[in-house]
Design a protein around this ligand. Structure first.
Ligand code: APR
Ligand code: ZN
Ligand code: ZN
Length: 382
């Protein structure tokens, strides 16, 4: 069906606004005036209302995950559609939307497979920093600025492909639902979709940050009888206990490797292990924490660029399963707006996952707090 353009006052014009630019790694973000081009066919320009700061954004800023710079980071955003171009049929100006780090084109082999969610039009692996046509919509001081994962949310306006946008409930509280773009589905889906945690099972969660906390919440909701939380930052333990962790372990205070302690605590190892840190050593520890015969290990953390995951293959020969998944293996556009509806209907309560809120201008303060380990999730309000 032919779709006519829907015009707003600013549509088809360049918008000048503020954005936080990552010029290089290991330096504060710089808030600057940028120009945001109008969307091209199949694209949506969005006014950002809120954005979470995810562990991946932190890794990028610390230079551990390499992406093309200078860039506008952020991939956990909620906003309102400002304008659309031809071809866009699922959203219109004024709609409340979430934007996803993984698109859902509904045409590629991943999207057409009943279980696939890693859309082949994704921009995460490798992170090209460009839109599908190979260009950028952002300019700062005359220089083109890269996108991140086809999202870029640390800006007042962004341009996203329609395939990475989901219309959400008109009544959705925009200061809180942004974490349903990444943190919540990544953690929940690892438990519900990838692992399939069963009632009465034992679980271990490596990393009790934003993603790990969402994992804990979902393990509890699945009826796990024991949830062991592992973190080197004991500030995370009270939050973790509130969400359902039954035993907290700090590997730095143990006399033997944490995986040996987990195996001893559970008899022969846990039913389900989750790695939500992004380090090779803790990925191996998670795998070794699993029951040798039927334990399932799910890798969620994003390892540093170009690292190798080396482990004894006999760990798998005995029957352990090693799995991974991005954004909780949810088909993003089909599933995430439904999670927002679940939130609206009070079937899930994700508010405890947000511990701090900052105005967008204080983004560097939020990053400092995050890097110092004093928060679970900081949300930026625009
Ligand atoms: N052992 C145990 N815990 C650790 C270790 C370690 N060696 N190193 C870091 N941690 C803990 C941190 O103290 C923190 O609580 O891991 C947690 C990581 O959480 P966040 O920094 O909040 O990051 P989050 O957003 O949860 O993302 C976690 O998932 O999506 C990926 O890229 C993301 O790799 C990252 C991971
Ligand atoms: Zn994320
Ligand atoms: Zn696809």
């Amino acid at each position: 069906m032919e779709q006519t353009n829907t015009f707003t006052e600013t549509s088809s014009k360049v918008i000048t606004c503020q954005a936080a630019i990552a010029w290089t790694a290991n330096a504060p973000l710089s808030i600057e005036k940028i120009e945001v081009d109008p969307p091209k066919p199949g694209e949506v320009r969005i006014k950002i209302i809120s954005s979470g700061i995810c562990g991946t954004d932190k890794h990028i800023l610390e230079g551990k995950d390499k992406v093309p710079l200078p860039a506008i980071l952020g991939h956990e955003g909620a906003g309102i559609v400002e304008s659309i171009r031809e071809g866009v049929t699922s959203v219109k100006p004024g709609d409340k939307v979430l934007m996803f780090p993984l698109p859902e084109c509904r045409e590629c082999s991943s999207c057409l497979h009943p279980k696939g969610n890693f859309c082949l039009k994704q921009k995460v692996i490798p992170p090209t920093g460009l839109m599908l046509d190979g260009t950028s919509r952002f300019t700062c001081r005359g220089r083109k600025i890269y996108h991140l994962y086809g999202t870029s949310t640390f800006t007042e306006y962004t341009v996203v492909h329609e395939i990475a946008v989901g219309k959400i409930d008109d009544g959705a509280p925009m200061d809180r639902v942004c974490i349903l773009s990444c943190e919540v589905p990544t953690g929940f889906g690892a438990v519900f979709n990838t692992a399939g945690v069963t009632p009465g099972s034992t679980c271990v969660v490596f990393g009790l940050g934003g993603i790990g906390s969402a994992v804990v919440m979902a393990c509890k909701a699945s009826g796990a009888s024991r949830i062991i939380g592992v973190d080197i930052n004991e500030e995370k333990f009270p939050w973790a206990r509130d969400l359902g962790v039954t035993d907290c372990l700090n590997p730095q205070n143990l006399k033997k490797p944490v995986q040996e302690v987990v195996v001893e605590m559970t008899g022969n190892g846990v039913d389900f292990a989750f790695e939500a840190i992004g380090l090779i050593d803790t990925m191996v520890a998670a795998l070794e924490s699993c029951h040798p015969s039927y334990g399932v290990c799910v890798i969620i953390g994003v390892a540093p660029s170009n690292s190798q995951f080396i482990f004894d293959p006999l760990l798998l020969l005995s029957g352990r399963t090693l799995k991974g998944g991005a954004v909780g293996e949810y088909k993003t556009r089909d599933s995430i707006p439904k999670l927002v509806t679940d939130y609206m209907e009070k079937k899930i309560n994700t508010d405890p996952l947000i511990t701090h809120k900052f105005p967008f201008e204080s983004i560097n303060k939020a990053f400092e707090l995050f890097q110092a380990g004093h928060c679970i999730r900081c949300v930026l309000l625009f």
